[in-house]
Design a binder for this molecule. Structure first.
Ligand SMILES: Cc1cc2nc3c(=O)[nH]c(=O)nc-3n(C[C@H](O)[C@H](O)[C@H](O)COP(=O)(O)OP(=O)(O)OC[C@H]3O[C@@H](n4cnc5c(N)ncnc54)[C@H](O)[C@@H]3O)c2cc1C
Length: 494
Protein backbone atom coordinates (compact mmCIF):
# COMPACT_ATOMS: atom_id res chain seq x y z
CA UNK A 1 0.00 0.00 0.00
CA UNK A 2 2.99 2.33 0.27
CA UNK A 3 3.50 4.49 -2.82
CA UNK A 4 6.48 3.40 -4.89
CA UNK A 5 9.33 5.83 -5.43
CA UNK A 6 10.89 4.06 -8.41
CA UNK A 7 10.99 6.01 -11.68
CA UNK A 8 8.37 5.08 -14.30
CA UNK A 9 9.74 3.26 -17.28
CA UNK A 10 7.96 4.62 -20.39
CA UNK A 11 8.91 1.73 -22.67
CA UNK A 12 7.08 -0.71 -20.38
CA UNK A 13 3.91 1.33 -19.97
CA UNK A 14 0.95 -0.44 -21.56
CA UNK A 15 -0.84 2.31 -23.54
CA UNK A 16 -4.16 0.51 -23.98
CA UNK A 17 -5.51 -1.11 -20.83
CA UNK A 18 -8.78 -3.01 -21.11
CA UNK A 19 -10.59 -3.97 -17.90
CA UNK A 20 -13.26 -6.68 -18.08
CA UNK A 21 -16.15 -5.92 -15.69
CA UNK A 22 -17.24 -2.55 -14.25
CA UNK A 23 -18.12 -3.63 -10.73
CA UNK A 24 -15.94 -2.62 -7.79
CA UNK A 25 -12.78 -4.59 -8.65
CA UNK A 26 -12.98 -3.46 -12.29
CA UNK A 27 -13.65 0.19 -11.50
CA UNK A 28 -10.84 0.30 -8.93
CA UNK A 29 -8.43 -1.44 -11.33
CA UNK A 30 -9.36 1.17 -13.95
CA UNK A 31 -8.62 3.93 -11.43
CA UNK A 32 -5.25 2.31 -10.74
CA UNK A 33 -4.40 2.14 -14.45
CA UNK A 34 -5.58 5.67 -15.21
CA UNK A 35 -3.74 7.30 -12.31
CA UNK A 36 -0.44 5.43 -12.64
CA UNK A 37 0.78 7.04 -15.89
CA UNK A 38 -0.45 9.88 -18.09
CA UNK A 39 -1.68 9.41 -21.65
CA UNK A 40 -2.98 5.88 -21.24
CA UNK A 41 -6.43 4.80 -22.45
CA UNK A 42 -8.41 2.61 -20.08
CA UNK A 43 -11.50 0.92 -21.49
CA UNK A 44 -13.85 -0.83 -19.08
CA UNK A 45 -16.18 -3.39 -20.67
CA UNK A 46 -19.36 -4.30 -18.77
CA UNK A 47 -22.08 -6.71 -19.88
CA UNK A 48 -24.87 -4.98 -17.89
CA UNK A 49 -26.55 -1.76 -18.95
CA UNK A 50 -25.35 0.36 -16.04
CA UNK A 51 -28.17 2.13 -14.18
CA UNK A 52 -28.26 5.94 -14.15
CA UNK A 53 -28.92 5.94 -10.40
CA UNK A 54 -27.83 3.49 -7.67
CA UNK A 55 -29.89 0.33 -8.17
CA UNK A 56 -29.17 -3.40 -7.91
CA UNK A 57 -28.37 -4.97 -11.29
CA UNK A 58 -28.37 -8.50 -12.61
CA UNK A 59 -24.58 -8.79 -13.12
CA UNK A 60 -24.03 -8.12 -9.40
CA UNK A 61 -26.78 -10.15 -7.71
CA UNK A 62 -25.09 -9.72 -4.31
CA UNK A 63 -25.93 -6.01 -4.59
CA UNK A 64 -29.18 -6.63 -2.69
CA UNK A 65 -27.30 -8.07 0.28
CA UNK A 66 -25.69 -6.03 3.08
CA UNK A 67 -22.09 -4.99 2.49
CA UNK A 68 -19.75 -3.97 5.29
CA UNK A 69 -16.91 -1.78 4.03
CA UNK A 70 -13.90 -2.46 6.26
CA UNK A 71 -11.71 0.45 7.31
CA UNK A 72 -8.68 -0.82 5.38
CA UNK A 73 -10.79 -0.93 2.22
CA UNK A 74 -12.17 2.57 2.74
CA UNK A 75 -8.64 3.89 3.23
CA UNK A 76 -7.43 2.10 0.08
CA UNK A 77 -10.29 3.50 -2.03
CA UNK A 78 -9.57 6.95 -0.60
CA UNK A 79 -5.93 6.58 -1.63
CA UNK A 80 -6.97 5.73 -5.20
CA UNK A 81 -9.75 8.29 -5.40
CA UNK A 82 -8.96 11.15 -2.98
CA UNK A 83 -12.13 12.68 -1.54
CA UNK A 84 -14.09 9.45 -2.05
CA UNK A 85 -15.37 9.30 1.53
CA UNK A 86 -16.68 12.85 1.30
CA UNK A 87 -18.47 11.90 -1.92
CA UNK A 88 -19.95 8.80 -0.34
CA UNK A 89 -21.06 10.77 2.71
CA UNK A 90 -22.60 13.44 0.47
CA UNK A 91 -24.45 10.70 -1.43
CA UNK A 92 -26.14 9.66 1.83
CA UNK A 93 -23.87 7.03 3.42
CA UNK A 94 -24.32 6.74 7.18
CA UNK A 95 -21.39 7.34 9.53
CA UNK A 96 -20.98 4.55 12.02
CA UNK A 97 -18.41 3.70 14.65
CA UNK A 98 -17.52 0.05 15.13
CA UNK A 99 -17.30 0.75 18.86
CA UNK A 100 -21.08 1.34 18.86
CA UNK A 101 -22.04 -1.87 17.05
CA UNK A 102 -24.19 -4.32 18.99
CA UNK A 103 -22.23 -7.48 18.20
CA UNK A 104 -23.33 -10.78 19.65
CA UNK A 105 -21.07 -13.80 19.12
CA UNK A 106 -21.36 -17.31 20.51
CA UNK A 107 -19.36 -15.92 23.47
CA UNK A 108 -21.65 -13.01 24.35
CA UNK A 109 -22.05 -9.28 23.62
CA UNK A 110 -19.13 -7.04 22.73
CA UNK A 111 -18.99 -3.84 24.80
CA UNK A 112 -20.44 -0.74 23.12
CA UNK A 113 -19.91 2.98 23.56
CA UNK A 114 -16.13 3.08 23.09
CA UNK A 115 -15.09 4.99 19.93
CA UNK A 116 -13.14 2.68 17.65
CA UNK A 117 -13.08 2.67 13.84
CA UNK A 118 -15.18 5.24 11.99
CA UNK A 119 -16.80 3.73 8.90
CA UNK A 120 -19.39 4.61 6.29
CA UNK A 121 -22.37 2.36 5.75
CA UNK A 122 -24.32 2.32 2.49
CA UNK A 123 -26.03 -0.09 0.15
CA UNK A 124 -23.73 -1.85 -2.24
CA UNK A 125 -25.32 -0.11 -5.30
CA UNK A 126 -24.66 3.34 -3.79
CA UNK A 127 -21.05 2.51 -3.01
CA UNK A 128 -20.49 1.17 -6.52
CA UNK A 129 -22.24 4.15 -8.11
CA UNK A 130 -20.02 6.66 -6.29
CA UNK A 131 -16.85 4.72 -7.18
CA UNK A 132 -17.83 4.31 -10.84
CA UNK A 133 -18.77 7.96 -11.32
CA UNK A 134 -15.40 9.03 -9.94
CA UNK A 135 -13.56 6.53 -12.15
CA UNK A 136 -15.53 7.43 -15.29
CA UNK A 137 -14.42 11.05 -14.77
CA UNK A 138 -10.70 10.21 -14.76
CA UNK A 139 -8.72 11.25 -17.86
CA UNK A 140 -8.42 8.47 -20.44
CA UNK A 141 -11.15 6.26 -18.94
CA UNK A 142 -14.09 5.03 -21.01
CA UNK A 143 -16.76 2.80 -19.48
CA UNK A 144 -18.64 0.84 -22.17
CA UNK A 145 -21.73 -0.90 -20.80
CA UNK A 146 -24.06 -3.40 -22.45
CA UNK A 147 -21.08 -5.25 -23.99
CA UNK A 148 -20.39 -8.86 -23.10
CA UNK A 149 -16.85 -10.18 -23.40
CA UNK A 150 -16.84 -13.56 -25.15
CA UNK A 151 -13.15 -14.41 -25.31
CA UNK A 152 -9.50 -13.39 -25.60
CA UNK A 153 -7.16 -13.78 -28.58
CA UNK A 154 -3.45 -13.12 -28.62
CA UNK A 155 -2.34 -10.37 -31.00
CA UNK A 156 0.27 -10.88 -33.66
CA UNK A 157 3.82 -9.47 -33.90
CA UNK A 158 3.78 -5.67 -34.17
CA UNK A 159 0.13 -5.58 -33.11
CA UNK A 160 -1.51 -5.40 -29.71
CA UNK A 161 -0.83 -8.12 -27.12
CA UNK A 162 -4.52 -9.03 -27.04
CA UNK A 163 -7.80 -8.80 -28.87
CA UNK A 164 -10.81 -8.86 -26.56
CA UNK A 165 -13.73 -10.39 -28.45
CA UNK A 166 -17.22 -9.05 -27.74
CA UNK A 167 -20.59 -10.72 -28.18
CA UNK A 168 -21.53 -8.25 -30.94
CA UNK A 169 -18.71 -9.63 -33.12
CA UNK A 170 -16.33 -6.69 -32.65
CA UNK A 171 -12.95 -6.78 -30.87
CA UNK A 172 -11.02 -4.33 -28.70
CA UNK A 173 -7.21 -4.09 -28.87
CA UNK A 174 -5.28 -4.18 -25.59
CA UNK A 175 -1.67 -4.05 -24.41
CA UNK A 176 -2.85 -5.14 -20.97
CA UNK A 177 -6.08 -6.96 -20.10
CA UNK A 178 -7.30 -7.04 -16.48
CA UNK A 179 -10.00 -9.61 -15.76
CA UNK A 180 -12.42 -8.33 -13.09
CA UNK A 181 -15.50 -10.34 -14.08
CA UNK A 182 -16.06 -11.73 -10.60
CA UNK A 183 -16.82 -15.21 -9.36
CA UNK A 184 -18.32 -16.22 -12.68
CA UNK A 185 -15.12 -15.32 -14.58
CA UNK A 186 -14.71 -17.42 -17.73
CA UNK A 187 -10.96 -16.84 -17.81
CA UNK A 188 -10.08 -20.48 -16.96
CA UNK A 189 -11.93 -21.61 -20.11
CA UNK A 190 -10.41 -18.85 -22.26
CA UNK A 191 -6.89 -19.75 -21.09
CA UNK A 192 -7.59 -23.40 -21.78
CA UNK A 193 -8.61 -22.52 -25.34
CA UNK A 194 -5.26 -20.70 -25.71
CA UNK A 195 -3.36 -23.80 -24.55
CA UNK A 196 -2.21 -22.26 -21.25
CA UNK A 197 -1.61 -24.66 -18.33
CA UNK A 198 -4.70 -24.67 -16.07
CA UNK A 199 -4.26 -23.01 -12.70
CA UNK A 200 -4.92 -24.91 -9.49
CA UNK A 201 -8.17 -23.85 -7.82
CA UNK A 202 -8.89 -24.13 -4.07
CA UNK A 203 -12.54 -24.25 -2.98
CA UNK A 204 -13.70 -24.13 0.64
CA UNK A 205 -17.42 -23.72 0.94
CA UNK A 206 -19.32 -23.50 4.24
CA UNK A 207 -22.55 -23.39 2.18
CA UNK A 208 -23.67 -20.07 3.59
CA UNK A 209 -26.85 -18.40 2.39
CA UNK A 210 -28.15 -14.85 2.84
CA UNK A 211 -31.69 -13.47 2.79
CA UNK A 212 -32.15 -9.70 3.07
CA UNK A 213 -34.70 -6.95 2.95
CA UNK A 214 -34.75 -3.19 3.38
CA UNK A 215 -36.76 -1.58 6.17
CA UNK A 216 -37.82 2.02 6.68
CA UNK A 217 -37.26 2.99 10.31
CA UNK A 218 -37.93 6.23 12.12
CA UNK A 219 -34.62 7.99 12.82
CA UNK A 220 -33.13 7.05 16.16
CA UNK A 221 -35.37 4.04 16.81
CA UNK A 222 -32.40 1.65 16.68
CA UNK A 223 -29.91 2.53 19.40
CA UNK A 224 -26.69 0.88 18.14
CA UNK A 225 -25.11 1.82 14.82
CA UNK A 226 -25.51 -1.72 13.56
CA UNK A 227 -26.39 -5.15 14.89
CA UNK A 228 -24.66 -8.49 14.29
CA UNK A 229 -25.82 -11.86 15.60
CA UNK A 230 -22.86 -13.93 14.48
CA UNK A 231 -23.34 -17.50 13.36
CA UNK A 232 -21.02 -20.17 14.76
CA UNK A 233 -20.41 -23.88 14.09
CA UNK A 234 -22.66 -24.71 17.05
CA UNK A 235 -25.38 -22.26 15.97
CA UNK A 236 -25.14 -21.91 12.22
CA UNK A 237 -27.91 -19.26 12.04
CA UNK A 238 -27.21 -15.58 12.40
CA UNK A 239 -27.84 -12.24 10.78
CA UNK A 240 -27.08 -8.56 10.72
CA UNK A 241 -28.70 -5.17 10.31
CA UNK A 242 -27.02 -2.02 9.04
CA UNK A 243 -28.26 1.52 8.58
CA UNK A 244 -27.99 2.71 4.96
CA UNK A 245 -28.84 5.83 2.97
CA UNK A 246 -32.36 7.19 2.90
CA UNK A 247 -33.27 6.41 6.54
CA UNK A 248 -33.42 2.71 5.86
CA UNK A 249 -31.89 -0.41 7.35
CA UNK A 250 -30.89 -3.55 5.53
CA UNK A 251 -31.72 -6.60 7.62
CA UNK A 252 -30.22 -9.95 6.68
CA UNK A 253 -30.54 -13.51 7.88
CA UNK A 254 -27.48 -15.72 7.38
CA UNK A 255 -27.22 -19.48 7.77
CA UNK A 256 -25.23 -22.52 6.68
CA UNK A 257 -26.42 -25.69 4.96
CA UNK A 258 -29.96 -26.61 5.99
CA UNK A 259 -30.08 -23.44 8.13
CA UNK A 260 -29.91 -21.05 5.14
CA UNK A 261 -32.73 -18.51 5.36
CA UNK A 262 -35.48 -18.81 2.76
CA UNK A 263 -36.92 -16.24 0.34
CA UNK A 264 -40.55 -16.35 1.51
CA UNK A 265 -41.65 -13.68 3.92
CA UNK A 266 -42.83 -16.03 6.70
CA UNK A 267 -39.68 -18.13 6.54
CA UNK A 268 -37.46 -15.04 6.58
CA UNK A 269 -39.18 -13.61 9.66
CA UNK A 270 -39.13 -17.04 11.34
CA UNK A 271 -35.35 -17.13 10.74
CA UNK A 272 -34.94 -13.75 12.47
CA UNK A 273 -37.16 -14.82 15.38
CA UNK A 274 -35.34 -18.14 15.74
CA UNK A 275 -31.91 -16.60 16.38
CA UNK A 276 -30.34 -16.95 19.83
CA UNK A 277 -31.04 -13.24 20.35
CA UNK A 278 -34.14 -11.34 19.26
CA UNK A 279 -32.32 -8.13 18.22
CA UNK A 280 -33.00 -8.52 14.50
CA UNK A 281 -36.62 -9.55 15.06
CA UNK A 282 -37.00 -6.36 17.12
CA UNK A 283 -35.81 -4.31 14.17
CA UNK A 284 -38.21 -6.17 11.88
CA UNK A 285 -41.07 -5.39 14.28
CA UNK A 286 -40.11 -1.71 14.55
CA UNK A 287 -39.69 -1.10 10.82
CA UNK A 288 -41.74 -1.10 7.65
CA UNK A 289 -40.53 -3.71 5.15
CA UNK A 290 -39.68 -2.37 1.68
CA UNK A 291 -39.84 -4.79 -1.22
CA UNK A 292 -39.20 -8.49 -1.47
CA UNK A 293 -36.73 -10.67 0.41
CA UNK A 294 -33.66 -11.32 -1.79
CA UNK A 295 -31.59 -14.47 -1.30
CA UNK A 296 -28.03 -15.27 -2.31
CA UNK A 297 -26.26 -18.59 -1.90
CA UNK A 298 -23.09 -18.37 -3.97
CA UNK A 299 -20.69 -17.67 -1.14
CA UNK A 300 -17.87 -20.25 -1.13
CA UNK A 301 -14.22 -19.26 -0.82
CA UNK A 302 -12.53 -19.83 -4.20
CA UNK A 303 -8.94 -19.06 -5.06
CA UNK A 304 -7.32 -19.40 -8.49
CA UNK A 305 -3.56 -19.92 -8.11
CA UNK A 306 -2.71 -18.09 -11.34
CA UNK A 307 0.63 -16.99 -9.87
CA UNK A 308 1.82 -20.62 -10.17
CA UNK A 309 1.17 -20.90 -13.93
CA UNK A 310 4.61 -20.98 -15.56
CA UNK A 311 3.37 -20.22 -19.09
CA UNK A 312 1.18 -17.33 -17.91
CA UNK A 313 0.60 -15.02 -20.92
CA UNK A 314 2.16 -11.57 -21.08
CA UNK A 315 -0.18 -8.59 -20.77
CA UNK A 316 -2.81 -10.33 -18.65
CA UNK A 317 -3.74 -9.80 -14.97
CA UNK A 318 -6.67 -10.80 -12.77
CA UNK A 319 -8.23 -9.02 -9.79
CA UNK A 320 -11.14 -9.13 -7.35
CA UNK A 321 -13.41 -12.13 -7.03
CA UNK A 322 -12.15 -13.47 -10.37
CA UNK A 323 -8.83 -14.09 -8.61
CA UNK A 324 -9.98 -14.87 -5.08
CA UNK A 325 -13.52 -14.81 -3.73
CA UNK A 326 -14.34 -15.08 -0.03
CA UNK A 327 -17.25 -16.19 2.08
CA UNK A 328 -18.84 -12.73 2.38
CA UNK A 329 -19.72 -12.99 6.07
CA UNK A 330 -16.21 -11.70 6.86
CA UNK A 331 -16.69 -8.62 4.65
CA UNK A 332 -13.34 -8.95 2.86
CA UNK A 333 -14.14 -8.83 -0.87
CA UNK A 334 -14.25 -5.10 -1.53
CA UNK A 335 -11.28 -4.37 0.72
CA UNK A 336 -9.11 -6.97 -1.01
CA UNK A 337 -10.18 -5.64 -4.44
CA UNK A 338 -9.17 -2.12 -3.35
CA UNK A 339 -5.81 -3.29 -1.98
CA UNK A 340 -5.20 -5.23 -5.19
CA UNK A 341 -5.88 -2.06 -7.17
CA UNK A 342 -3.10 -0.35 -5.19
CA UNK A 343 -0.75 -3.23 -6.08
CA UNK A 344 -1.69 -2.80 -9.74
CA UNK A 345 -1.17 0.96 -9.56
CA UNK A 346 2.29 0.54 -8.04
CA UNK A 347 3.27 -2.13 -10.59
CA UNK A 348 2.16 0.09 -13.47
CA UNK A 349 4.00 3.08 -12.03
CA UNK A 350 7.19 1.05 -12.04
CA UNK A 351 6.50 -0.12 -15.60
CA UNK A 352 5.13 -3.57 -16.36
CA UNK A 353 7.76 -5.40 -18.41
CA UNK A 354 6.09 -8.19 -20.46
CA UNK A 355 6.83 -11.49 -18.73
CA UNK A 356 6.75 -9.92 -15.24
CA UNK A 357 3.01 -10.44 -14.78
CA UNK A 358 3.53 -13.42 -12.48
CA UNK A 359 5.39 -11.18 -10.05
CA UNK A 360 2.37 -8.93 -9.92
CA UNK A 361 0.08 -11.94 -9.55
CA UNK A 362 2.21 -13.07 -6.59
CA UNK A 363 1.80 -9.62 -4.99
CA UNK A 364 -1.94 -9.75 -5.63
CA UNK A 365 -2.07 -13.21 -4.05
CA UNK A 366 -0.28 -11.80 -0.98
CA UNK A 367 -3.05 -9.19 -0.56
CA UNK A 368 -5.58 -12.01 -0.39
CA UNK A 369 -3.51 -14.32 1.85
CA UNK A 370 -4.51 -13.06 5.33
CA UNK A 371 -8.23 -12.65 4.55
CA UNK A 372 -8.14 -16.08 2.93
CA UNK A 373 -6.56 -17.63 6.05
CA UNK A 374 -9.12 -15.91 8.32
CA UNK A 375 -12.15 -16.87 6.22
CA UNK A 376 -11.16 -20.45 5.42
CA UNK A 377 -9.77 -21.15 8.91
CA UNK A 378 -13.12 -20.15 10.38
CA UNK A 379 -15.25 -21.81 7.70
CA UNK A 380 -13.50 -25.15 8.10
CA UNK A 381 -14.87 -25.24 11.69
CA UNK A 382 -18.39 -25.46 10.26
CA UNK A 383 -19.80 -28.98 9.77
CA UNK A 384 -21.21 -27.78 6.43
CA UNK A 385 -17.64 -27.42 5.04
CA UNK A 386 -15.70 -30.37 3.69
CA UNK A 387 -12.48 -30.79 5.69
CA UNK A 388 -11.19 -29.44 8.96
CA UNK A 389 -8.90 -26.53 9.85
CA UNK A 390 -5.15 -27.20 9.66
CA UNK A 391 -3.62 -27.62 13.16
CA UNK A 392 -2.04 -24.13 13.28
CA UNK A 393 -5.28 -22.53 12.21
CA UNK A 394 -7.24 -24.60 14.77
CA UNK A 395 -4.83 -23.48 17.50
CA UNK A 396 -5.08 -19.84 16.45
CA UNK A 397 -8.87 -20.22 16.34
CA UNK A 398 -8.90 -21.50 19.95
CA UNK A 399 -6.73 -18.60 21.06
CA UNK A 400 -8.88 -16.11 19.13
CA UNK A 401 -11.88 -17.37 21.09
CA UNK A 402 -9.94 -16.74 24.34
CA UNK A 403 -9.35 -13.17 23.17
CA UNK A 404 -13.04 -12.98 22.24
CA UNK A 405 -13.96 -14.10 25.77
CA UNK A 406 -11.82 -11.30 27.19
CA UNK A 407 -13.57 -8.83 24.87
CA UNK A 408 -17.10 -9.83 25.88
CA UNK A 409 -16.03 -9.45 29.50
CA UNK A 410 -15.05 -5.85 28.83
CA UNK A 411 -11.29 -6.04 28.09
CA UNK A 412 -10.69 -3.02 25.87
CA UNK A 413 -7.40 -4.20 24.37
CA UNK A 414 -9.01 -7.49 23.38
CA UNK A 415 -11.95 -5.66 21.82
CA UNK A 416 -9.78 -3.19 19.88
CA UNK A 417 -7.36 -5.87 18.71
CA UNK A 418 -10.10 -8.20 17.48
CA UNK A 419 -11.62 -5.30 15.61
CA UNK A 420 -8.26 -4.26 14.10
CA UNK A 421 -7.63 -7.77 12.78
CA UNK A 422 -11.21 -8.03 11.46
CA UNK A 423 -10.81 -4.70 9.64
CA UNK A 424 -7.47 -5.88 8.20
CA UNK A 425 -5.75 -2.96 9.94
CA UNK A 426 -3.28 -5.27 11.63
CA UNK A 427 -1.99 -8.83 11.15
CA UNK A 428 -3.53 -11.74 13.10
CA UNK A 429 -0.30 -11.98 15.11
CA UNK A 430 -1.53 -8.88 16.99
CA UNK A 431 -3.78 -11.32 18.80
CA UNK A 432 -0.63 -12.74 20.41
CA UNK A 433 0.54 -9.43 21.90
CA UNK A 434 1.84 -9.77 25.47
CA UNK A 435 -0.92 -7.62 26.98
CA UNK A 436 -3.52 -10.10 25.80
CA UNK A 437 -1.57 -13.14 26.97
CA UNK A 438 -1.20 -11.51 30.42
CA UNK A 439 -4.94 -10.66 30.50
CA UNK A 440 -5.83 -14.26 29.60
CA UNK A 441 -3.58 -15.61 32.37
CA UNK A 442 -5.12 -13.14 34.86
CA UNK A 443 -8.62 -14.19 33.77
CA UNK A 444 -7.71 -17.86 34.27
CA UNK A 445 -6.47 -17.15 37.80
CA UNK A 446 -9.07 -14.60 38.94
CA UNK A 447 -11.99 -15.17 36.59
CA UNK A 448 -13.19 -13.10 33.63
CA UNK A 449 -15.43 -10.79 35.64
CA UNK A 450 -18.98 -9.83 34.63
CA UNK A 451 -20.03 -10.32 31.02
CA UNK A 452 -21.17 -7.32 28.98
CA UNK A 453 -24.88 -6.67 29.34
CA UNK A 454 -27.15 -6.90 26.33
CA UNK A 455 -27.45 -3.40 24.84
CA UNK A 456 -30.79 -1.76 24.16
CA UNK A 457 -31.44 -2.38 20.47
CA UNK A 458 -34.74 -0.70 19.62
CA UNK A 459 -35.73 2.35 21.64
CA UNK A 460 -39.37 2.55 22.71
CA UNK A 461 -41.50 4.96 20.67
CA UNK A 462 -41.18 8.50 22.00
CA UNK A 463 -37.71 8.07 23.50
CA UNK A 464 -35.46 10.48 21.68
CA UNK A 465 -31.84 9.60 20.98
CA UNK A 466 -29.12 11.72 22.59
CA UNK A 467 -28.29 14.56 20.21
CA UNK A 468 -24.60 15.07 19.49
CA UNK A 469 -23.97 18.82 19.39
CA UNK A 470 -20.89 20.25 17.69
CA UNK A 471 -18.40 21.88 20.06
CA UNK A 472 -17.10 25.40 19.52
CA UNK A 473 -14.37 24.10 17.19
CA UNK A 474 -16.89 22.23 15.08
CA UNK A 475 -15.96 18.85 16.63
CA UNK A 476 -18.76 16.81 18.18
CA UNK A 477 -19.03 17.77 21.85
CA UNK A 478 -18.91 14.11 22.92
CA UNK A 479 -15.63 13.39 21.15
CA UNK A 480 -17.56 11.83 18.26
CA UNK A 481 -16.45 10.41 14.98
CA UNK A 482 -14.13 11.50 12.24
CA UNK A 483 -14.25 8.88 9.52
CA UNK A 484 -10.96 7.12 9.03
CA UNK A 485 -8.89 9.38 11.27
CA UNK A 486 -5.37 8.10 11.64
CA UNK A 487 -5.53 7.57 15.40
CA UNK A 488 -8.54 5.33 14.97
CA UNK A 489 -6.65 3.31 12.43
CA UNK A 490 -4.16 2.22 15.06
CA UNK A 491 -5.02 -0.77 17.20
CA UNK A 492 -2.51 0.58 19.73
CA UNK A 493 -3.10 -0.21 23.36
CA UNK A 494 -1.24 -1.83 26.15
C1 LIG B 1 -23.96 -12.12 -0.37
C2 LIG B 1 -22.70 -11.33 -0.50
C3 LIG B 1 -22.40 -10.36 0.44
C4 LIG B 1 -21.20 -9.66 0.36
N1 LIG B 1 -20.88 -8.81 1.38
C5 LIG B 1 -19.69 -8.18 1.35
C6 LIG B 1 -19.31 -7.30 2.39
O1 LIG B 1 -20.01 -7.15 3.40
N2 LIG B 1 -18.13 -6.64 2.27
C7 LIG B 1 -17.28 -6.85 1.22
O2 LIG B 1 -16.21 -6.24 1.16
N3 LIG B 1 -17.60 -7.70 0.23
C8 LIG B 1 -18.77 -8.36 0.26
N4 LIG B 1 -19.10 -9.22 -0.75
C9 LIG B 1 -18.13 -9.43 -1.84
C10 LIG B 1 -18.20 -8.30 -2.86
O3 LIG B 1 -19.51 -8.20 -3.38
C11 LIG B 1 -17.17 -8.55 -3.98
O4 LIG B 1 -15.96 -8.99 -3.45
C12 LIG B 1 -16.93 -7.26 -4.74
O5 LIG B 1 -18.09 -6.90 -5.42
C13 LIG B 1 -15.81 -7.35 -5.77
O6 LIG B 1 -16.26 -8.15 -6.77
P1 LIG B 1 -15.79 -8.04 -8.28
O7 LIG B 1 -15.84 -6.65 -8.76
O8 LIG B 1 -14.52 -8.80 -8.37
O9 LIG B 1 -16.92 -8.92 -8.98
P2 LIG B 1 -18.46 -8.62 -9.13
O10 LIG B 1 -18.92 -7.61 -8.17
O11 LIG B 1 -19.13 -9.94 -9.14
O12 LIG B 1 -18.57 -7.97 -10.58
C14 LIG B 1 -18.22 -8.61 -11.77
C15 LIG B 1 -18.61 -7.68 -12.91
O13 LIG B 1 -18.19 -8.25 -14.14
C16 LIG B 1 -19.26 -8.19 -15.06
N5 LIG B 1 -19.08 -9.28 -16.03
C17 LIG B 1 -19.09 -10.62 -15.76
N6 LIG B 1 -18.87 -11.31 -16.89
C18 LIG B 1 -18.70 -10.41 -17.88
C19 LIG B 1 -18.44 -10.51 -19.27
N7 LIG B 1 -18.30 -11.70 -19.86
N8 LIG B 1 -18.34 -9.38 -20.00
C20 LIG B 1 -18.46 -8.13 -19.42
N9 LIG B 1 -18.73 -7.99 -18.11
C21 LIG B 1 -18.83 -9.11 -17.33
C22 LIG B 1 -20.51 -8.33 -14.19
O14 LIG B 1 -21.68 -7.87 -14.83
C23 LIG B 1 -20.11 -7.47 -13.00
O15 LIG B 1 -20.37 -6.11 -13.22
C24 LIG B 1 -20.30 -9.92 -0.70
C25 LIG B 1 -20.61 -10.87 -1.67
C26 LIG B 1 -21.78 -11.59 -1.55
C27 LIG B 1 -22.05 -12.68 -2.56
Amino acid sequence: MTPTRSRPSPQHQPRRVVVLGASLAGALAAAAAATSAPGRTVTVLERDELPASPRPRSGVPQGRQPHVFLLRGLLAVEELLPGFRDDLRAAGAVEIDTGDLAWNSELGWQPTGRPQFALLSATRPLFEDVVRRRVAGLPGVEVRDGVRVEGLRRGGPGGPAWWVDLADGTSVAADLVVDATGRSSRLPGWLDALGVTPARVTDIDARVGYASRLYALAPGRVAPTGVVVQQSPGEPRGGLALPVEGGRWVVAGVGSGAQRPPRDDDGFVAHLRGLRDGALAEIHDAGVPEGEVAVHRQTGNRRHHYEDVRDWPAGLLVTGDALCAFNPVYGHGVTVAACEALVLRDALRRGLRPGRERRVLRRLAREAAVPWAIATGEDLRFPTSDGSPPPVSALLGRWTRQVGLLAVHGDELAHRTTSAVYHLMGPPRLLLRPGLVAAAVRARLRGFGPATERPVVVRPVGVRPVVVRPGADGAPADGGHDAGRAADASPAGR
